[in-house]
Design a protein around this ligand. Structure first.
Ligand SMILES: [Zn+2]
Length: 237
């Protein structure tokens, strides 16, 4: 069973959605509106696991009170995951204080409702790691990890998962990450639909991603596929 642990599913057409049948899809949202769309999608597709929340890129576009709306959606719909949430100093450094305010609330919610965090943290890998451990949140995955290689040991010692993006075929940093992360803490993802260096990332690339990881690690494809699926079931229970 192939797993896409971070995908913006609502951005695909219905035809495309059909072509992802048979895969596990962890569908993230970016604000209240897309959170509700993701929850509606889940009802039609059995293998979709919804994550809801407010993307760090959106904190200057929505009122802080939207956090309470997300919390109500979590309670009313028995949601098990927040995402994508986190901090971003690389692409949106100007809103970092606001981002920290939002993210602190999501950490509180994760602890209170025992939720998985589907984390976005370019430029803030270590800060986010420290905030999460301080908040005593245990169920965590770092999406499209391109952070410091020497932080990986700290993350996995806490039992946090690290997701390798389909860009592993062409992105040198992702190849190093795939090499370094122990298989028992590794997930796979597309972050689709997204264009990266001429490649259109979608869940259909997960098969290739698994093949590439197997090649990099020098192990067989089935071992990678089985481990990722096992990791997914452990994280999401
Ligand atoms: Zn994303």
């Amino acid at each position: 069973m192939l797993v896409d642990s971070h995908v913006h599913l609502y951005e695909f057409s219905n035809d495309e959605l059909g072509s992802f049948n048979g895969m596990i899809l962890v569908s993230v949202a970016e604000d209240v509106k897309t959170s509700m769309i993701v929850l509606n999608l889940t009802e039609g597709f059995g293998s979709i696991n919804p994550c809801i929340g407010i993307h760090p890129w959106n904190v200057d576009k929505v009122p802080f009170s939207d956090v309470a709306v997300i919390e109500k959606l979590v309670k009313d719909n028995d949601v098990r995951c927040l995402g994508e949430v986190g901090l971003d100093l690389r692409f949106v450094p100007n809103t970092i204080d606001k981002q920290r305010r939002f993210f602190s609330e999501f950490l509180r919610m994760a602890k209170e409702y025992d939720l998985v965090l589907n984390i976005h943290s370019p430029g803030t890998w270590r800060e986010v790691f420290e905030m999460i451990t301080k908040a005593d949140v245990n169920r965590v995955m770092f999406h499209w990890y391109t952070g410091p290689l020497d932080l990986i040991r700290d993350l996995t010692e806490q039992g946090y998962y690290i997701s390798v993006n389909a860009a592993v075929k062409v992105q040198e940093k992702s190849r190093k990450v795939a090499e370094t992360v122990p298989l028992r803490f590794m997930l796979t993802e597309s972050d689709g639909p997204y264009e990266y260096r001429g490649i259109r990332l979608t869940p259909l690339m997960i098969r290739d991603t698994v093949n590439e990881i197997a090649k990099i690690k020098g192990i067989d494809v089935e071992t990678v596929e089985d481990s990722v699926y096992f990791n997914y079931t452990k994280l999401f229970r």
